[in-house]
Structure formats: structure tokens, C-alpha cells
Design a protein around this ligand. Structure first.
Ligand SMILES: [Zn+2]
Length: 236
């Protein structure tokens, strides 16, 4: 299994790594800072650079469901890399940081809007959550104000681990009905926004809510009888 540096350090922009396999499906490394698509957050893009200057552009990152390996999807030229090659793996940090800001923002949205989350997506500079709510009482301006208040309060954001059994005893922690938390490994990763939100999440996040910057709810859509889709954008 690929060592996942981003799990412990979401601010790591690059790392040294060794190529374990390179084929038409993509490149596998022994360790990486590239986040693989999952939990509503897109896979990272960036570059793998050999010491002699040869570069391979990475256009997406996925998780191999069978092996658990992280697959760096190349935009062509992966033949330039061979098993054993030493590379520097570097993500497109500006894009990833926008993902981190939006992902943390969507956790704030979970705290502001009550109702089970039925789906969601982090995008580049924008994001959305679907809530299982029968009424159309959601107010754009009010939710925007609440989100920006929580941003301005600059709450610490940090991962925390609990056992599968502890999670089973606290089902209220699971807000997202469409994505089951990854239990089975004995431990579940929670994301805590101190005093605001606590739920299972494997994504990458900012360290404090102040880093999210100003946000705005652009529109609230009706997607089915009980489904309310709240769309948020980064303003700054
Ligand atoms: Zn999350």
C-alpha cells in the first residue's frame, strides 16, 4: 500500500518517492502527497520529476479499490518512468488548497444546516451539499452570514481517530448517508472543527477555519421532493 503522506500532513506540497510500477493505467509510488479522488473531493494534479529533469504531468489521482494503492494518472509520457526511479512528486498546490478550503467550508455548512446529508461534491473554488429536507425554508443570505461568522471565528481544524466500536456507539456522528465511513480497519478518521463539527472524513483540510476566507451561498436548488442542494463558492 502506498504511504499516504497527505493523511497526516495536508500541507505537504511535495515528497521524494520511488516508482513501484508504471504502465498505461498510471504510476504507483511507494509514498505520495497526491490525494486520490474520494469522499467528494477530487484527485490531485501535479507532476512527477526525475533527478535528470524528465517530467510526467499527473492529470488525476485515483485509489485502486483492490490493492489500496494510489494511482497517479498521467497525461502521457509515463513510459519515461520505470520501477526503481527516484522522483519528486509535487502537487498543484494552488488547486489543492482551494479544495482544502472548500472541503472545510462544507463541514461548516453541515453544522449550519440541520438535516441528513445525501450527497456532496468539492470543486475548484466551489462546492455543494445535498440535504434531506422537506421544506424550502433555507435562506441564502442567512446561511452565508453563518458560514462567514464561523470562518471569522477561526476555529482549529484537526483529524482525530476513534475505534470502530466507539463510532458504532455514536451513530449521530455520521451525517452523510450516501458515504459510509471507512470502518473495518479498527480505527476511523474523524475531522473535528473545534466546537462546530465532528464527523468521519478522510479528506484534506485547512488547519483553521480562518484560512477558508470569505464564502457565499450562490443558490439553493430543489433536487427532488426532499432534496435541497446548497451551492457555495469561495469569494476571495
Ligand atoms: Zn469531509
Amino acid at each position: 500500500m502506498t504511504e499516504e503522506i497527505f493523511r497526516g500532513d495536508s500541507y505537504a506540497k511535495s515528497c521524494e518517492a520511488r516508482v513501484e510500477a508504471a504502465d498505461e493505467r498510471g504510476i504507483r509510488l511507494d509514498r505520495t502527497v497526491f490525494y486520490p479522488e474520494g469522499g467528494g473531493q477530487p484527485g490531485d494534479t501535479g507532476v512527477l520529476r526525475r533527478a535528470d529533469g524528465a517530467e510526467v504531468a499527473i492529470i488525476d489521482t485515483l485509489k485502486d479499490r483492490e490493492t489500496g494503492d494510489i494511482v497517479h494518472v498521467s497525461g502521457g509520457g509515463s513510459a519515461a518512468l520505470a520501477p526503481g526511479d527516484a522522483v519528486v512528486a509535487e502537487i498543484d498546490w494552488d488547486r489543492r488548497f482551494r479544495h482544502m478550503r472548500m472541503h472545510s467550508c462544507l463541514h461548516l455548512l453541515c453544522a449550519v444546516v440541520t438535516g441528513d446529508v445525501t450527497g456532496g461534491q468539492v470543486g475548484d473554488g466551489k462546492g455543494r451539499l445535498d440535504f434531506n429536507l422537506p421544506e424550502t425554508s433555507l435562506d441564502k443570505a442567512q446561511i452565508t452570514a453563518e458560514l462567514n461568522r464561523l470562518v471569522a471565528e477561526d476555529h482549529p481544524v484537526a483529524p482525530r481517530w476513534i475505534s470502530d466500536d466507539e463510532l458504532a456507539a455514536q451513530p449521530e456522528l455520521v451525517r452523510t448517508m450516501s458515504v459510509k465511513p471507512p470502518t473495518g480497519a479498527g480505527q476511523v478518521r474523524l475531522l473535528e472543527i473545534e466546537g462546530v463539527d465532528l464527523q468521519p472524513c478522510g479528506g484534506t483540510h485547512v488547519a483553521r477555519t480562518g484560512e477558508i476566507g470569505r464564502v457565499e451561498v450562490r443558490k439553493i436548488e430543489n433536487k427532488g421532493r426532499q432534496n435541497r442542494r446548497v451551492n457555495v463558492v469561495l469569494v476571495d
